[in-house]
Design a protein around this ligand. Sequence first.
Ligand SMILES: Cc1ncc(COP(=O)(O)O)c(C=O)c1O
Length: 284
Amino acid sequence: MSIVYLNGRYLPIEEATISVLDRGFIYGDGVYELIPVYRRQPYRMAQHLARLHHSLDGIRLANPHSDPEWATIVTELVARQPFDDQGVYFQVTRGVAKRDHTFPKDVPATVFMMSNPLATPSRETVESGVACVTAVDERWLHCDIKSTSLLGNVLMRQFAADRDAVETVMFRDGFLTEASASNILVVKGGVVLAPPKDNRILPGITYGAIYDLARQGGIPFEMRPVRESEVWTADELWVTSSTKEVLAITTLDGRPVGNAAHAGRPGPVFRKMHALFQASKPGA
Ligand SMILES: Cc1ncc(COP(=O)(O)O)c(C=O)c1O
């Protein structure tokens, strides 16, 4: 039985209940976060807590905890799970109030956290790469907020699943944005290209890790708008997230990705980055 955190208490998930009037349920009026934990050590917790703060600011909800308080809850929750590699999920909503669009006054936020086993990609998936499909990005223009209002992302993920693909790569106005629950990076001529961290994408913590590792490893990295045409002519495409880590996209809409040397297979820059990422994990 999994132990979760709800509004100051640790309790079995079956006993963790909230009101149907919670604004997270009624409006999707909340934000969330997910921190990967390797061998019981959180990965880049400071960056995840900073992003949580940014998301809360973005919806004008006061952060209910300081970073040390969040860190204490994460540590407690991780210690209560019987597995070493975990994904700690946080959700903060604008609390319980009579249904009305405007913000309620003096209502405490609802804070829910749970930690599930972290299912990282298998060796076969890393070796073979993954299939993705493409679509027009029809989501709102605050994709930098990690909002629980995820309908646009849910529909995009299902679009991929219906086509036996792991992700939907999205384009807005002819430029790459991201995928339904991951960032997309492009490799061209040995340079990693990544869309700027603006309102059109979630600033992925894995994307940030890849940026740091590329710099340390001497791999050129450019953050700039990436044209759809550059995606179609890429030498390599990568998908990154806290659960996927970094994976090569080897087919896009059924077409092999990459140049003749490794078309449809993970490329050499991916192999280097994957090794750097594995080495950067706590306990590696
Ligand atoms: C829309 C979206 N983009 C990107 C990411 C990747 O972010 P991270 O690397 O922090 O997991 C996620 C992760 O959930 C996401 O939902």
